[in-house]
Design a protein around this ligand. Structure first.
Ligand code: NAD
Length: 437
């Protein structure tokens, strides 16, 4: 079976490489010629653990290639995946489907009869039917099938997630669509991955409901953290205690600076917009979005208050810019709002991130970028732990303190034990628990 993947970003590249590992012939297409040129040279344009080996293996086996020529590759494909971006539309938060619609038109004009078009991009309910209508309008009378196959991989563990998913969800509209999706994911059956075969609409909605729920869970524990601070509780103890309840589960219960990234912010906005559009407001998610927005500002204010009554002119060292470890993705990372708010208060920001400095430089042009954590601490009045990369988990805090001008450690990920900070001569500001006296 020949697969064409339209869109070679985090999802398209990882899915394409994984399908080629299963033994399918895969062509990854992108309009970004520079991205395709890098891939053709064997360079991986994103940071994702394990992806380089997988791509190299697929290419050398002759099962994976890259092109900007959508028409040629679609003409030869049995299945065409749409994995293009679906960003937030400015103003109303609805998903911007223009890339999906454009890809649908291009596919329609190039496909051969019998093609299955599967939408992997996260799209609001009704989009698959709309794509079906667009394709039928472009190529009247040509037989094709449509499927919805939302992707649940997480950046930072994308290859592992694709290969070992909790479940695969496929929305189908006919037998060919169903049979094709079953064949594509058959290699996973060795480990008995549950497959939910359902309608197009259910599959589309399931993706948003999953992300909305997870974003709400993160936001919930962040609010519990706020309460812990006020009443002398410890959010990490509360999270363990409630997470042991199987109905709740222990994932996504880490207090932090708010959710970010390329999915939760835009998907919660799109989900809430869908609720409003159909007259069924999703109030929990509306509140989740609002609480999360204010959390980022709250984090910046905590850092400012750790700097003392007159923060202007002081320097903050930030460790971690990516929205989570093991990715170079900075889209809607809480760090962006936090750093900009600090800068707005007259603070100078020095920062380091193992992988995300390249993408962040354009967005945060006033930051002094440093090559390593210790260099970042030099002359800083406060040190802020913003993304819990492994490389930041066992720093020599005494050495950090020695390099700093001030003595505040604002740990927005609760990485360090309070005693270690105190022994290093640092004033410690954790999340969701009382700072030690
Ligand atoms: P991305 O921005 O990294 O990649 C999208 C790619 O599509 C870009 O390289 C762009 O140049 C290309 N593209 C756009 N229009 C094109 C066209 N007509 N032809 C060929 N290429 C085209 O986006 P992403 O993070 O991979 O996300 C893609 C979709 O998957 C989104 O809907 C997203 O919500 C969803 N998703 C993302 C993740 C994630 O962790 N990133 C996880 C699950 C689902």
């Amino acid at each position: 079976m020949k697969i064409t993947m339209i869109g070679t970003g985090y999802v398209g590249l990882v899915s394409g490489a994984c399908f080629s590992e299963f033994g399918f012939d895969v062509t990854c297409v992108d309009v970004d010629a520079a991205k395709i040129a890098r891939l053709e040279k064997g360079e991986i344009p994103i940071y994702e653990p394990g992806l380089d080996d997988l791509v190299a293996r697929g290419v050398s086996a002759g099962r994976l290639d890259f092109t900007t020529n959508l028409e040629d590759s679609v003409q030869n494909a049995d299945v065409v995946f749409i994995a293009v971006g679906t960003p937030s539309r400015r103003g109303d938060g609805e998903a911007d489907l223009r890339y999906v619609h454009a890809a649908a038109r291009q596919i329609a004009n190039a496909m051969r009869p019998g093609t299955v078009i599967a939408i992997k991009s996260t799209v609001v309910v009704g989009t698959c039917r709309e794509v079906q209508r667009i394709v039928a309008e472009e190529r009247p009378g040509v037989d094709f099938s449509i499927a919805s196959n939302p992707e649940f991989l997480r950046e930072g563990s994308a290859v592992e997630d694709f290969m070992r998913p909790d479940r695969v969800i496929c929305g189908v509209a006919d037998e060919r669509g169903e049979e094709t999706m079953r064949r594509l994911y058959r290699p996973l059956n060795l480990r008995e991955t549950p497959m939910v075969i359902t309608t197009l609409e259910n599959a589309e909605l399931a993706k948003y409901a999953a992300n909305a729920f997870l974003a709400m869970k993160v936001t919930f524990i962040n609010e519990v953290a706020n309460l812990c601070e006020a009443v002398g509780g410890d959010v990490q103890v509360i999270a363990s205690a409630i997470g042991l309840d199987k109905r709740i589960g222990n994932k996504f219960l880490h207090a932090g600076p708010g959710f970010g990234g390329s999915c939760f912010p835009k998907d919660t906005r799109a989900y809430a917009a869908t609720g409003r559009k159909y007259g069924r407001p999703q109030q929990l998610i509306e509140a989740t979005i609002e609480v999360n927005e204010s959390r980022k500002i709250d984090m910046a204010e905590r850092i400012l208050s750790a700097l003392g009554p007159d923060p202007a002119g002081k320097t903050v060292a930030v460790l971690g810019i990516a929205f989570k470890p093991n990715t170079d993705d900075v889209r809607e990372a809480p760090s962006l709002v936090i750093v900009q708010t600090l800068e707005g208060a007259g603070v100078t920001v020095r920062a380091h991130d193992p992988e995300a400095m390249g993408p962040a430089k354009e967005l945060l042009p006033n930051v002094t970028w440093c090559d390593a954590p210790y260099e970042t601490a030099e002359g800083a009045d406060a040190l802020v732990m913003l993304t819990e990369w492994n490389a930041f988990r066992a720093l020599d805090l005494k050495r950090m303190r020695g390099l700093m001008r001030g003595d505040a450690l604002v740990d927005l990920r609760n990485v360090y034990p309070a005693e270690d900070a105190r022994d290093a001569g640092l004033r410690y500001f954790p999340l969701g628990k009382a700072a030690p006296s």
